[in-house]
Structures are given as structure tokens and as C-alpha cells.
Design a protein around this ligand. Structure first.
Ligand SMILES: [Zn+2]
Length: 474
């Protein structure tokens, strides 16, 4: 009896599995194809994407959803309604965990802070894995030394975590998006303490913990041999060894293999805004990665005046710069060292006013402030998104098919890749957006009236603002 009961249960399970498989097949057919008419499922593939055999097979029955060739749909440069985008790209030099938490509460949340009400801006920072600096500089107003800098591991010991849990927490919260190389290897005794083994162990730990930034920012002096991206044997960057396969400090196979897409190569710029801050870098190991420009100094009487120090914020965020950015519809990535001050408060009154001015430009819909990774990825996708326009029963479909990135290679977009993308169309109500023939949920779509160009548009919503005070959620 027991055996028969088990057999019955087994047959029951088998039937259930078969039913489930059929249901799944049926459901996926409905999801992948849209607008069935006359009982026919309609493919949304454009003719140019089909092989000739496939095209013949699709000729009968005739597809209802047909490519539209007489519409020249342009991608808006920035997410509606903004005219420009700006990121603050902050190096984590001389910053303790307490300082980091203090100033990010002001930048990212809307809480009451020692600097006034929080700004609620999307500003992320960088982080280090190791600290080997022996310059003896002060870290903060309490006189701590640089050994106490915010870092994942204690010193150069990959077996002893220091601020690892906090760095993972703030990375997941969006307050950290960049790796300031593997660490601070600045040394006054010229010792080279970085090694490929430290890089390897760092990436192993990062893969396990999920701390996987896509942005790399070079750091410091010539003992930071892990730097890469601007090697020139006759230039200031002669020491850069991270991308040299013959060097014991080679690591770009690991670093690019683990997801670094965007690199600041140590070359600062005096130009504040760019049409496109990305440029391709060919590395010595034959790999390619995106470089990006950071505004870091002004020129005065033939001299460089570095503006990337925290109390130079008013030189960076003033009416002239911000108007230039918005009116010319450009991108700006502004280099900073937000936590480098030694006073009890990170920002003085002038710094706070400069940051408040930046917020006003976002409130006035002139500048979208976004973390570096989001700005660079938006720029990349905006340039290299490929799409087709289709029509069925008087409705139009913009089908996003791929990101044809000439540096990182071709990829299939997901929703997070295409956030903010906006298309100028005559009548947004007549349009739907698809990713590889799958409709993007309507709550993620934004239909916009005319902007100052006089054109209406439809787009995918930008990331929801997040004002959460993550310092309370440790
Ligand atoms: Zn640095």
C-alpha cells in the first residue's frame, strides 16, 4: 500500500511538473511577443535583425508589428527635465570612518546636521582596501594618524578586516561607488609595498562580500605603482605599472576582469565641463577600458591652482561654472577630497553655501547631480544604445536592443542600464518602450511635455532619490 501511495504521489508530481513547464512556455511566449491579432503572435524583431531564412519564415503570416523607417527618433542628451549632469568624484585621502559618516549625512540625507539640513544629493565616495602610508600626516582634528584612515583591511594585512563591514554597507547604500586604487601606498622611504598578491587577495574578498565598484581612481605619489592608464616613460606617470604584464605590480587582468569599467588615470583637467567625459584607454596588456576626465584645477598666471581640496568647494561650485554647465548642456565630473580637512567640521560656511548652490541648480532642474558611476554609465549608454522603432495598429514601440560599446563590448541592456534615457517623439502617449521586445513596466515610464527645444519626449525614469540616513542602519 505504502509503495502504491508513493507511486501515486510520484505520478502526481510528474503531472504537476509537466503542467508547470507548459505554463512557463506559454507565459514566456506571451511575454516575448506582443499584441497578438487574428490569433497570431507577432514578433517585434525588426527586419534588419533577422537572417533571410528567418525573414522568409516570418512572411507568412504577415507580421502586424512592422519596423518604422520614416521616423528619425533622437535620444535626448540628459534625463528630462535636466539640462546637464554633474558628479562629485571624491578621493578618500585622510578620511576617518567618523568623518565620512558625518559629511555624507549632510550630502545625502535630509536630516538635521551640523551643516544645516541635509541636501539629499546623490553623491558617492571612494574607498581603500589597504593603508601603507608612512608620511605621518594627521588624519583628523583629534590628532589620529593615517593608520586610522577608513580602509577595508588593517594596514596591509588582508587577514584583518578594519572598516570592511561599513564599507560594504555604504557601498550597498550608494554612498561609495569608486575604488581609490587598492590603497594608500604613499611612502617617504620609497618602499614599494603594493604587490599583485595584495590585489589578488583584495578581489577575492571583494567578490565574496559584494563590494564591487565599477569606477577606479588612481591615487598618490610614485610609490603607488598600482596606478595605471597614463603610462609615459618620459612623463610624471613613468612609475605606473598596474597594466604592465611584465611587472610584479601587474593587476589590470584581475581588475578589469572583476568589473572596473571607468578609470581616472591621474591626469587632472582645468576644463570644468565636457560634451562627453569618457575617452578610451588602451592599456599595455592590450585591454581597453574607459577613461574619464575630472576637473581638478584652475590655471592662473600660468600656474595650476588645485581646486580639489575641500575648502576650495566655492571655486568649484559657483554661478559661473554651474551656468556654463547648464547652458551648454554638458557633463562635469568634479574631483574632490571631501574628508581631507583637519577641523572638527568637514565643511566651513563657504563650503556649505557652495554645496547648497549646487543643490539649487538641481532643484531648478538645470543640473542632475548623480554619483560618478551613474553619470558615466548614463553617458556610455546614451551614446551606444541601439534601438528600432516599430508600429502596430497605430501605436509605436521603441525597442532597445543592445548597447554597442566600442570599448567594453556589446551587451544586452537591463532596466538599470537604461534609466534616464529619453527619446524625442511627436506624441508620447502613442509610444511604448521595450527592452528586447519586453515592455518596460508603465510605472517606470515617464511621458514629458515639450522642453525648451519645443519637443515632447518619452523616457525611462531616473533612479528614485534615496534620502535614507544609512548611518543609523549599521
Ligand atoms: Zn588620493
Amino acid at each position: 500500500m505504502i509503495e502504491k501511495e508513493e507511486q501515486k504521489q510520484d505520478i502526481g508530481k510528474l503531472i504537476l511538473i509537466v503542467v508547470c513547464i507548459f505554463s512557463l512556455l506559454f507565459a514566456s511566449n506571451l511575454i516575448l511577443r506582443t499584441t497578438p491579432t487574428n490569433g497570431q503572435a507577432i514578433s517585434t524583431q525588426s527586419e534588419s535583425e533577422q537572417s533571410s531564412d528567418e525573414a522568409k519564415a516570418q512572411q507568412k503570416p504577415k507580421a502586424e508589428m512592422v519596423p518604422v523607417t520614416d521616423q528619425d527618433i533622437k535620444v535626448r542628451k540628459f534625463p528630462y527635465p535636466y539640462q546637464s549632469m554633474l558628479a562629485i568624484s571624491s578621493d578618500i585621502d585622510s578620511t576617518s570612518l567618523a568623518e565620512f559618516e558625518d559629511y555624507h549625512r549632510f550630502l545625502n540625507t535630509k536630516e538635521k546636521t551640523p551643516y544645516g539640513q541635509g541636501l539629499g544629493l546623490d553623491i558617492a565616495d571612494s574607498a581603500w582596501m589597504y593603508i601603507a602610508d608612512n608620511y605621518g600626516d594627521k588624519l583628523d582634528h583629534e590628532g589620529h594618524s593615517l593608520v586610522n584612515s577608513m580602509s577595508y583591511f588593517q594596514g596591509v594585512n588582508p587577514k584583518v578586516p578594519k572598516d570592511a563591514d561599513k564599507i560594504i554597507h555604504y557601498y550597498k547604500a550608494g554612498w561609495i561607488d569608486s575604488l581609490h586604487t587598492f590603497g594608500d601606498f604613499s611612502r617617504n622611504d620609497k618602499k614599494l609595498l603594493f604587490s599583485r598578491e595584495l590585489a589578488d587577495l583584495a578581489w577575492k574578498e571583494m567578490r565574496t562580500s559584494g563590494f564591487m565598484p565599477e569606477v577606479w581612481i588612481n591615487h598618490g605619489t610614485e610609490t603607488n605603482v598600482q596606478n595605471f592608464g597614463a603610462y609615459n616613460p618620459k612623463g610624471f606617470s613613468f612609475y605606473q605599472a598596474g597594466d604592465d604584464p611584465k611587472s610584479p605590480y601587474y593587476h589590470t587582468d584581475l581588475t578589469l576582469g572583476n568589473g572596473i569599467k571607468f578609470v581616472w588615470n591621474s591626469v587632472g583637467m582645468s576644463q570644468f565641463s565636457y560634451d562627453d567625459p569618457l575617452f578610451p584607454i588602451k592599456l599595455r596588456d592590450g585591454k581597453q577600458v574607459w577613461g574619464f576626465y575630472r576637473y581638478a584645477y584652475d590655471m592662473a598666471a600660468g600656474k595650476r591652482i588645485w581646486t580639489w581640496e575641500v575648502h576650495e568647494l566655492p571655486r568649484q561650485f559657483n554661478k559661473a561654472h554651474l551656468d556654463e554647465l547648464a547652458q551648454n548642456e554638458k557633463y562635469s565630473v568634479v574631483a574632490q577630497h571631501l574628508g581631507k580637512g583637519y577641523e572638527a567640521l568637514a565643511f566651513n560656511t563657504n563650503d556649505v553655501q557652495a554645496l547648497q548652490l549646487l543643490k539649487k541648480y538641481q532643484d531648478d532642474r538645470k543640473i542632475l547631480v548623480a554619483r560618478t558611476e551613474r553619470l558615466l554609465n548614463y553617458d556610455r549608454v546614451n551614446h551606444y544604445i541601439r534601438f528600432s522603432v516599430l508600429q502596430s495598429e497605430g501605436k509605436f514601440y521603441i525597442n532597445l536592443t543592445k548597447i554597442e560599446d566600442p570599448v567594453l563590448g556589446e551587451s544586452t541592456p537591463i532596466l538599470e542600464d537604461v534609466r534616464g534615457l529619453t527619446f524625442y517623439v511627436n506624441d508620447p502617449g502613442q509610444y511604448t518602450l521595450l527592452i528586447n521586445s519586453v515592455p518596460i513596466p508603465d510605472q517606470e515610464i515617464q511621458r514629458n511635455g515639450a522642453d525648451k527645444s519645443g519637443k515632447q519626449s518619452i523616457g525611462i525614469k531616473w533612479f528614485e532619490p534615496d534620502y535614507t540616513d544609512y548611518t543609523r542602519m549599521n
